[in-house]
Each structure stands twice: as C-alpha cells, then as structure tokens.
Design a protein around this ligand. Structure first.
Ligand SMILES: Cc1cc2nc3c(=O)[nH]c(=O)nc-3n(C[C@H](O)[C@H](O)[C@H](O)COP(=O)(O)O)c2cc1C
Length: 351
C-alpha cells in the first residue's frame, strides 16, 4: 500500500492523537498543511466527540484520524481502591482538599461501545486508530466497510501478530521513549521496553504490515531515520504539545520550555497504566516503595485528575499529567502549520 497516496498526504507525518491536549484546531492545521491530523476521542463521550468532529470538519476538508482507547473495561475493587485513596489522602490534604469518596470509571472503552462506533461510522474518517488493544471483528468489519484505514498502536511483535490477525491495516510502532500512555495491550504483561527504532526495524523486517514509527521523533532528521528503517511515516506527539493550537496549560508549556523537559519518567500512579510524563511530584510519588498496588485504568485516573486539579487550584502545577516523550527538550513552540512546514523542509520536501 502506498500510505501517502492512499491518504493524499504530502508529508509522511501523523500528528499523534493526544487526549486532553490535542484539539480540532490542531488537527485541522496539520491536515491543511499536508500531514495527517488526529482527534483523540479516547477519553470523551459520544456527544463531545460529535462536537469535536463537527468543529474539525468546519476547519478542514483534508483527511483526518479518529483515535479510540480499546482497553479492558475495569472491574471495581473497593478494598484495593480504598487503600490507594488512603495513600493519596495526605497529598490532597496538603492542598486543602479531600480525595474522591470512591473511584469511578471516568470514561468508557471503545470495546463494545456501540454509541461511539455510531459516531465514528457517521463521520467516516479517512483513518481510525486504536490504542491499548483491538476492537472486536464486527467493529473492524463495520469500519472497513465504511472505507476507514485502520491503524493500531503496538509495542511488541506479539501485539503486531494480534493486530494482523484482527485485520488492522497499518501498525503504529510505539517505542519506550514515547510520551503519554504506553499502548501495550496488557499493562501487566512483561514489557521488553523496545525503543521506537528497534521496534520499527523489527516490524519492517517482519514485513507483514506497513509501519508508522512513534516515540522521541522531533525533527526532520528523526523522521528521515524512521523512513530509512522502513517506516512509511512517523507519528509525533510531544513535538506538537507546545503549538498554540493545543489545550496544554501555561504550566505544562512552561515546564516543556525549561530544563524540566530533560527529565521524563514512566509512571502508573497517575492513571493506572504506564505513561511517560515530565518528571514531577506525581511521578516521584509513584516511585515510593510503600505504595499499595495501583488500581485499574482509568479508575486510578479519577483520583489522579482530582489531585492534579486540587494542587493546581492551590498553585502547585507539579501534580499534572504532563505527558511528554524523551525528545521533549526539542519541542518547538510555533504554530502547527509552521511546524509541519519546517519538518517538511528538514526532510527535503515542500509540504
Ligand atoms: C500528551 C500526550 C497525549 C497522548 N494521548 C494519546 C491518545 O489519546 N491516543 C493515542 O493513541 N496516543 C496518545 N499518545 C501517544 C502518541 O500516540 C504517541 O505514541 C507518542 O506521542 C509518540 O511519542 P512522542 O510523544 O515522543 O512523539 C499521547 C502522547 C502525548 C505526548
């Protein structure tokens, strides 16, 4: 498959969907500049998804990607979750707040989610992408029948095999360097922590599906290296966070532009799944040896978001979910269209 021709792209670049940070304005600017813009629908419901898709469509006629989280639906564990809330309680008290009385499942998986499937089928986007797992065969068939190209995040060859068997068209090879949530299907499985380039090369040699490289890719030289390793494109998240079109708050932008960007950490403590974040007070807390087991994703995130909000309201930004990849010091604070044009120029292309 000629990936760029199929989608009508002029640069082998996907703006990563970034739940909580990417916006319709960002995706539209990227798509209008000749790359693929993405909307993150993983952490919102069908009504908000419809609103964001309409907003995006009003801003671009270009192709775009709708991204969904296909994690296992969590089971409540009252005793374990209470122990976790008790461990967090002193932090809440430091900011004059209380932890939630109990954890809740703050958003639904796309697995078996007919309401969200309806939204996506109505929209018929050029691309649909999955993170954390794969939908059932009926859902895959319905999306393919609607003409969508299906992308799936993988962190290992085993997940690539599962994706091939499920009918995924293109793999997003997410390396250990990547910002945000690690897309591994089972967060409790053994993790070989493959880097983006090792994984891209392994999957290119495996050769059964086209590969998009993701993780730590920040400039044209990085994209060129990924293409040289056999990728058809690169997916960049952290590179776009500082663009004015994202919803990143002032503190997040400030940290990205400071020495703090040089330090990232993989933590489960914020959401319940491993995710790479700028090293901050929350990631430090997650390293404490005396913590009870972290509850399931995204129930843990209920408390994580509440603590971030309480600390922020009291003037402490360092409990935020400030997701970022290892290339964070190279993030550029320029409009998205300009960033795409610069990346194209660095690659020797004109967008
Ligand atoms: C702030 C942020 C939010 C993210 N949210 C999502 C998401 O909603 N869905 C998804 O598939 N990937 C998400 N990711 C991961 C990206 O798809 C991608 O794997 C990662 O950004 C690549 O690494 P990089 O950040 O070093 O470029 C997110 C990444 C970041 C930085």
């Amino acid at each position: 498959m000629d990936f760029l021709a199929r989608l009508g792209l002029s640069i082998p670049l996907i703006q990563a969907p970034m739940a909580g940070t990417s916006t319709p304005a960002l995706a539209a600017e990227v798509s209008n500049a000749g790359a693929l813009g993405s909307l993150a629908l993983g952490a919102i419901g069908p009504d908000e998804a419809r609103r964001q898709i309409a907003d995006l469509r009003a801003r671009t006629d270009g192709p775009f990607n709708l991204n969904l989280f296909v994690h296992e639906t969590p089971r409540p564990d009252p005793a374990g979750e209470q122990a976790w809330l008790d461990a967090l309680a002193p932090l809440f008290r430091e900011y004059g707040a209380q932890p939630p009385a109990a954890l809740e499942t703050i958003y639904d998986s796309f697995a078996g989610n007919t309401a969200m499937l309806e939204v996506v089928l109505e929209a018929k986007p050029a691309v649909v992408s999955f993170h954390f797992g794969l939908p059932d065969p009926e859902t895959i068939s319905a999306l393919k029948a609607a003409g969508c190209l299906l992308l799936g995040s993988v962190t290992s060859l085993a997940e690539a095999d599962l994706s091939l068997a499920a009918g995924i068209d293109v793999l997003v090879a997410q390396g250990w360097e990547a910002g945000g949530h690690r897309g591994m299907f089972d967060p409790d499985a053994r993790d070989d922590r493959l880097g983006a380039f090792a994984l891209t090369r392994l999957l290119a040699r495996w050769g059964k599906l086209p590969v998009v490289a993701a993780g730590g890719i920040m400039d044209g030289a990085d994209i060129r290296a990924a293409l040289d390793l056999g990728a058809v494109a690169a997916q960049l998240g952290t590179a776009f966070i500082a663009c004015p079109e994202t919803s990143a708050d002032t503190a997040y932008r400030g940290l990205l532009a400071s020495d703090a960007a040089s330090h990232t950490a993989m933590t489960r403590a914020i959401s319940g799944r491993p995710a790479r974040c700028l090293a901050n007070r929350f990631t430090q807390f997650g390293e404490r040896p005396d913590l009870p087991p972290v509850p399931a994703y995204p129930r843990t995130y209920h408390a994580g978001k509440a603590l971030s909000a309480a600390a922020k309201a009291a003037g402490e930004p360092l409990y935020g979910a400030q997701w970022a990849g290892q290339g964070a010091p190279l993030a550029r604070s320029i409009p998205a269209a300009q960033l795409v044009a610069q990346l194209a120029a660095e690659l020797g292309l004109t967008a």
